[in-house]
Design a protein around this ligand. Structure first.
Ligand code: TXA
Ligand code: MG
Length: 354
């Protein structure tokens, strides 16, 4: 057992020099959690295997799960990949800095630890000004998974980071709540056709529009996969992006969904064991129910559900909620990313009603 160390909280708004302090910790091989526009990342020097290993230890993350390298300039990518196809350059031009991660053939200098021994590397340039200033100040690619303990929901505030990693990392750079709330879109550019491995902040429609060509998306037949890797067992999905509560994920017409949600809350042995995460339109239809109802925002603007979902999952855990009822967002746009996380939280089990 290593002795827990103190995690410094570096508040960007309150202390000048917070970003420079964080950069110094990273330069010397330490671990710093920092805000991106999607979720908080846990950063370390991406080309230093010893620093990268500390990420896996702090998170309790299996070495089979590869990390994204975050760059401060597009030009840094050339040193990280063995080939840079024109489609990658077009996407960087269109969406960087932003929530799009590109999977490309890796260069020899990228440590195997970063890529889980695979011959590809994932790269992205985040749009958050604090992340960009931090990475540019370090001057080297920063490996950064989401800054949560393995199996916990990704953090969208510095407080979430501390819930999981206080005493396990050197510092957290507090830049306020993140904007998008779900992770970046991971796009595989190695095949003939670009393929979405994880839907996220950049939508399928935006990618097809920018490229003026077809982009493969994950279809239902692939639901057993985690980010493109076949899941050895469907059970592996259970703990990913998920609250500890049992998730009842509904799909169907409005009236049937609200009826099913009301039944779930009525079946509860006590009012405190069940929570409904509901869209604003459904809350009115639900009327009075004997359990807590959390508003995810309008179905017409799933950006709000994306922004609040992981925080809502964490609140369920904090209150020891046993069962949660929730409904799929309308498909398309950021709704696809929300639904991907909801399906994983529900171990792929969608209850079709009506
Ligand atoms: O928005 C984000 O992407 C956040 C912020 C911090 O940038 N990062 C993030 O990292 O979500 P992480 O490690 O939690 O998720 C990265 C995903 C993993 O599921 C991993 O399997 C996939 O990207 N990935 C990384 N390298 C890959 C590769 N070479 N091939 C295929 N998938 C890869
Ligand atoms: Mg993650």
């Amino acid at each position: 057992m290593t002795v827990p160390k103190r995690t410094h909280i570096l508040n960007v708004a309150r202390s000048t020099g917070a970003i420079e302090r964080a950069a110094e910790i990273l330069r010397t091989g330490g671990l710093v959690a920092f805000p991106t526009e999607t979720v908080y990342g846990l950063g370390a020097l991406g080309l230093d295997p010893e620093a990268v290993e500390r990420i896996f230890v702090a998170k309790g993350r299996p070495h089979t799960d590869p990390l994204i390298l975050h760059v401060g300039e597009e030009s840094w990518v050339r040193d990280l990949v063995s080939t840079l196809p024109p489609v990658a350059e077009a996407l960087m031009e269109a969406f960087w800095p932003g929530p799009l991660t590109l999977v490309l053939p890796k260069a020899a200098r990228v440590p195997d630890l970063v890529t889980a021994g695979m011959d590809s590397v994932a790269v992205r340039m985040p749009a958050h000004p604090v992340a960009l200033e931090l990475i540019r100040s370090v001057g080297q690619p920063i490996a950064a998974p989401s800054a949560n303990l393995f199996s916990r929901p990704s953090p969208t505030t510095a407080a979430h980071v501390l819930q999981d990693l206080d005493g396990r990392i050197d510092a957290v750079l507090d830049g306020g709540p993140t904007d998008v709330g779900v992770e970046s879109t991971v796009l595989d550019l190695r095949g003939d056709e670009p393929a979405i491995l994880r839907p996220g902040g950049v939508t399928h429609a935006e990618l097809e529009r920018a490229l003026a060509r077809r982009v493969r998306r994950r279809d239902d037949a692939e639901e057993g996969d985690i980010d493109g890797q076949p899941a050895p067992s469907p059970g592996l999905l259970t703990r990913h992006y998920s609250p500890r509560a049992e998730v009842f994920l509904y799909d169907g017409p409005d009236a049937a969904v609200t009826a099913a949600m009301r039944r779930l809350s009525d079946e509860a042995k006590s009012g405190s064991e069940t929570t409904l995460l509901a869209f604003t339109e459904d809350i009115e239809a639900l009327g009075a129910v004997p359990c807590t109802v959390v508003d995810l925002g309008s179905r017409e603007h799933p950006e709000e559900a994306a922004r609040t979902l992981y925080g809502a999952f964490r609140d369920l855990d904090k209150h020891g909620i046993a069962r949660v009822g929730i409904r799929l967002a309308p498909p398309g746009g950021i709704g696809d990313a929300v639904n991907d996380r909801l399906r994983r939280a529900a171990s792929g089990r969608v209850l079709r009603v009506g």
